[in-house]
Each structure stands twice: as C-alpha cells, then as structure tokens.
Design a protein around this ligand. Structure first.
Ligand SMILES: Nc1nc2c(ncn2[C@@H]2O[C@H](COP(=O)(O)OP(=O)(O)OP(=O)(O)O)[C@@H](O)[C@H]2O)c(=O)[nH]1
Ligand SMILES: [Mg+2]
Length: 229
C-alpha cells in the first residue's frame, strides 16, 4: 500500500482535530484543557484512512502560535496540505496567513493544497469566495465550504487533494519507469546530484512507490495506484 502524508493545518480552534476525527474515528489527539475549559492541541493529531490504493496519514498541527516548533516538525515531508480557515471568525485570518506562510517555506512550492472554509453550519459564516478574496488566495485554488459538525465536504475535500497528489505523482512515475535501469540518467533528467538522488530514491522507497535493488543499482516502480472518484 502506497503511503502519503497529508498535513492538516490552520489557525487556532478552526476545526483541524475535528476534521481528522471525522475521517478516522480512532485518530489520536495530544491535547490539553485550557483555563477557558476548551481543548487545545499541544502536540499533534494523527489519523489514517485508506483511499483506493493509498494509506493516507493525516497529521494535524497545533493552532496555538507558540507551538511553531511542533508545526514545523509535522509539516516536513508532507505530500499535500489541507488548510482550514474558520469561516465564522475572520479575526483569525491574520494568524492563518502567518501559519500558511511558514508551512510554505518548508514545503516545495508545487505541493498540492486544498483550502477549507470551515464551520459553515454557523449562521453568518463566510462563503468560500469571501474567504478567498479576503485572504488573496489564488483564483485557481480549490476552496471547499465544510462543516465537521454536519460532515459537509469532509470526505470530498480529502479525496480531491489525494487525486491531485496522484496526478503529480503519475507524471513522476512515468519518468521513473523510463529510468529504472539508469539512475545517473534519472539524476540528469531531474537535475539532482548524487546526494539529492539518494535522498529522493530513499523517500520514494519509504513511501513504497519503488523497490530499490542496491546491488545492481537499479529500481522498480511498484504497480497498483488507482485514481479515486
Ligand atoms: N459549529 C462548528 N464548530 C466546529 C466545527 N469544527 C470544529 N468546531 C468546534 O471548534 C472547536 C475547536 O475544534 P478543534 O477541532 O479542536 O479545532 P483545532 O483547530 O484542532 O484547535 P487547535 O488544535 O487548538 O488549534 C471545538 O469546540 C469544535 O467542536 C464546525 O464545522 N462547526
Ligand atoms: Mg487541534
């Protein structure tokens, strides 16, 4: 089963843990009760779902700004991002953008991302288009109206992201297949030096996209990825 890592991030109390919990009943959340009796994630959430051919691991970040170290740890190596806005609390947008920028600094610029305008069940919640324009999100980015209370677009938003990741990978897999017996040639094609190639191939092996034959210095692309609908 191919493994992918999804980062679920966003500002304080926007619904990150609830999103993961809605997708995986057994999800783990390291949280603490604040003086206000609300529960805040202090380390991370971890959930997993199986989506045709993928083992999808969901990593939730803490929303409290001072836990940036943990956010950075969770972020690294993510294949895609679910980024929540609290549609019912525009005053959280500034910290949302700060968190989004810090994530973007860590991940490659073309990392697939889907935005959520969460808490649509609350009266007066902003529509996705308002959230988009108020935060200058790109016109071509996908933003789903969601509610973890009613389940609105919870599964759909994740499926959309996983499909997007699959598309990114499928062109890469095509290239990998061409160079199964020619690792130096692949390095040239991808413009990576020896060390970069070693890290790159190790990562693809951990994710179970390829099997590496270290003696013969070749690799094989595993089969079995499916598109989700
Ligand atoms: N009405 C409504 N409330 C929600 C929704 N999603 C989450 N909440 C509530 O918002 C509060 C925070 O939810 P969490 O899922 O813990 O939010 P979080 O983003 O993980 O919070 P931190 O980890 O502390 O940043 C809880 O009281 C939830 O019940 C939603 O879609 N609608
Ligand atoms: Mg949380």
């Amino acid at each position: 089963m191919k493994k992918i890592k999804i980062l679920v991030s966003g500002p304080l109390q926007s619904g990150k843990s609830s999103y993961i919990k809605a997708l995986d009943d057994n999800a783990l959340n390291v949280e603490a009760k604040g003086k206000d009796d609300k529960f805040y994630t202090v380390a991370m959430d971890l959930g997993s779902v199986k989506l045709n051919g993928f083992d999808v691991f969901l990593f939730g970040t803490p929303g409290l700004l001072r836990f940036s170290v943990m956010r950075n740890i969770c972020t690294s190596g993510s294949d895609g991002i679910v980024f929540l806005f609290d549609a019912a609390a525009p005053e959280k947008d500034d910290s949302a953008i700060m968190i989004l920028n810090s994530i973007r600094k860590i991940l490659p610029p073309n990392t697939p991302i889907v935005f959520l305008a969460n808490k649509q069940d609350i009266e007066g919640a902003r529509s996705p288009e308002i959230v988009r324009s108020q935060n200058y999100l790109p016109d071509d980015s996908r933003i789903f109206p969601t509610s973890t209370k009613t389940g609105l677009n919870i599964k759909e938003s994740l499926t959309h992201l996983v499909n997007h990741i699959y598309e990114e990978y499928s062109s890469l897999l095509q290239t990998l297949r061409t160079y199964e017996n020619d690792i130096p040639g692949l390095g040239k094609e991808l413009n990576k030096n020896f060390d970069e190639m070693r890290t790159f191939l190790n990562n693809l092996e951990i994710k179970r996209f390829i099997e590496v034959d270290r003696i013969n210095k070749t690799f094989k692309v595993r089969s079995g990825l499916k598109y989700l609908v």
